[in-house]
Design a protein around this ligand. Sequence first.
Ligand SMILES: *Cc1c(COP(=O)(O)O)cnc(C)c1O
Length: 354
Amino acid sequence: MIAAADFKITKAEHSKLTDINLENIPFGKYFTDHMLEVDYEDGEWKNAEIKPYQPLLMAPSLAAIHYGQSIFEGIKAYKSPSGEAFIFRPHDNFKRFNQSAERMQMPTVPEDIFMKGMQLLVDLDRSWIPEMEDHSLYIRPFMFSTDEMIGVRPSDTYKFMIILSPTGPYYNMPMRIYVEEQYVRAVPGGSGYAKAAGNYGAAMYPTAIAKKNGYDQVLWTDAFEHRYVQECGTMNVFFIIGDKAITPDLQSGTILAGVTRDSVIKVLKDMGITVEERPLSIDEIIEAHKAGTLREVFGTGTAATISFIKELRYEEYTMLFDVENWATAPEVKSRMNAIRYGNTADKHCWMMKV
Ligand SMILES: *Cc1c(COP(=O)(O)O)cnc(C)c1O
């Protein structure tokens, strides 16, 4: 077990913060002064260290590069009006991280290392948490295999790291979405429920085709019939049909169980809206659109929180939405923001103080 005192902390001599304007900073481009690095070898985690952000030195035979034992998480920290720092639901990400680790036959990371390490790191770089509206500090924990050997087998050694990136408003224009019927993201029995690096690499080709055709993202459907909707790009997806909210259920393991998804479900319920988690077919969506009851469609995820969908295209059928006049998604978004920026009571206890 590694206690807080067991983290070796080496501080950067100069902060890079003096050279960077945090306002409207692009997502994922700038990193803070420090990073966390912990090694797994001989069956245990050791060398827990927080040190200046710097490149890694690695062998060309590094296992992760060849066979993809590599997983990650995405979490955000916010500053309240009084200047206090909070992290949004990190415990849920910690649990999901270890579920991803198990699926990829990697060691799990103990809570003391993941949670305590994150807290120490965010505390050290707390001046990097932007105070502007819609800004936050993106936290990226990740783990990869480090054996220097090209044999297809689970690695004996791993690195767990956390890096931090200040971020402004995510590219958040209403999206045009193409319903994907040829390529698939996830299958039952596959790794779709894990935040494993390879899932994202495999999605880039179909996404690039959709972009070439003028769409922002694809709506993934099931592998067998291409009928049941799964996720929208790297976001979970919600449909407001009549007076209910519907989102695909997690049963088949083809959907990444988003922390934002779970939060949105709870906020919708707070608003008195019935939420159904169940299989949802494109036929039901089109039928609702024809009947005039398909009111709103939106994606949810840590990076963008809520992304409105203004167009959904299925084969030759186009569904257009008047996002300006929506009631539900904007209300969910503003309630989520109020909680995260400390402007309202945190009744679900989602914010962890740093
Ligand atoms: C990370 C991710 C999400 C969203 O999860 P959050 O915990 O809400 O950020 C949804 N789908 C995929 C495929 C993801 O990788």
